[in-house]
Design a protein around this ligand. Structure first.
Ligand code: GUN
Length: 279
């Protein structure tokens, strides 16, 4: 099995080659409002990926947003959207509460919504797509498998369940309203468990079984300021020992790389669509 890190390096080389065949360089615009420390760090990672592959990175950072209304912000995003050399636009989340995110997202056309957040986007959300692409690259055997996806967010759990279903995986989507006893039973019946909830260190090694592949996707920052997964860190280590020969993926340090990789690929694909026939 090629690790997420190794896979991302291979993909970056492939993207570099794809970009060489285009009539112009792809361009990503990241809109950041405010100064969320986590966002600063995510954006830094996205910038690095763009630089590594040859994608132009444009960072529109509105630090002092007090005077900036929803309408003004919508106008700014519409202006960027109208730029024919911009292939992808993302609004880095979270944004300050005074703005309506969904309304802002409607200012990005579906062919430039590289986050895959709009229902009519040309792209799949980056985290589930990145995870599935990595599994596919490793020729992961989906045939006949049953998966339990825990978490029903619009950008991770739901699209992940759809992608798995499209791959003929029998998939159940569990969430915060799934009774605990049912969740335990559904997890026990699954060959693969994907955790994508909003709570860090919620699961322990004894919540899983020795025959299972376990992929921890959900991330959050702990009181220590560090990133933690949905599964406690020491439990991930215990699972790696006890589920020998099975896939145990800790979200920390791997899923973020896959998400970013998928974002860069979406920008390259958007540029391919936008420049079709111009070379
Ligand atoms: N904030 C944390 N992750 C993401 C992401 O993937 N996209 C956007 N737009 N904001 C985020």
């Amino acid at each position: 099995m090629i690790t997420c890190k190794e896979y991302v390096e291979i993909k970056k080389e492939q993207l570099k080659e794809r970009i060489k065949t285009l009539s112009r360089k792809p361009k990503l615009c990241v809109v950041q409002i405010g100064n969320n420390p986590a966002s600063n760090s995510y954006i830094k990672g996205k910038k690095k990926d763009c630089e590594d592959t040859g994608v132009i990175f444009n960072h529109l950072h509105i630090e002092n947003y007090e005077e900036v209304s929803q309408v003004v912000l919508m106008d700014m995003i519409r202006t960027i959207n109208a730029d024919p050399t911009t292939d992808g636009i993302i609004i880095q989340l979270p944004i300050p509460d005074k703005y309506d995110v969904e309304e802002l997202q409607t200012c990005i056309s579906p062919d430039k919504d590289v986050d895959g957040f709009r229902k009519d986007s040309y792209f799949n959300p980056c985290t589930p797509q990145g995870v599935i692409d990595w599994l596919k690259y490793n020729n992961y055997d989906f045939e006949g498998k049953t998966a339990c996806v825990i978490g029903r967010s619009e950008i991770v759990g739901k699209p992940l369940a759809r992608l798995l279903t499209d791959l003929d995986v029998t998939t159940v989507l569990c969430h915060s309203k799934t009774p605990k006893v049912k969740l335990t039973k559904l997890m026990a019946d699954s060959d693969i468990v994907f955790t994508c909830i909003n709570q860090i260190e919620y699961f322990k090694h004894y919540d899983f079984y020795s025959w299972q592949d376990v992929i921890d996707i959900g991330l959050g920052r702990g009181e220590d300021g560090k990133l933690h997964g949905n599964i406690a860190g020491d439990s991930v280590d215990k699972l790696k020992e006890s589920n020998y020969g099975h896939l145990i993926v800790s979200g920390v340090g791997s899923v973020g790389l896959l998400t970013r990789c998928s974002l860069t690929e979406n920008v390259v694909y958007a540029c391919e669509l936008h420049t079709k026939g111009s070379k």
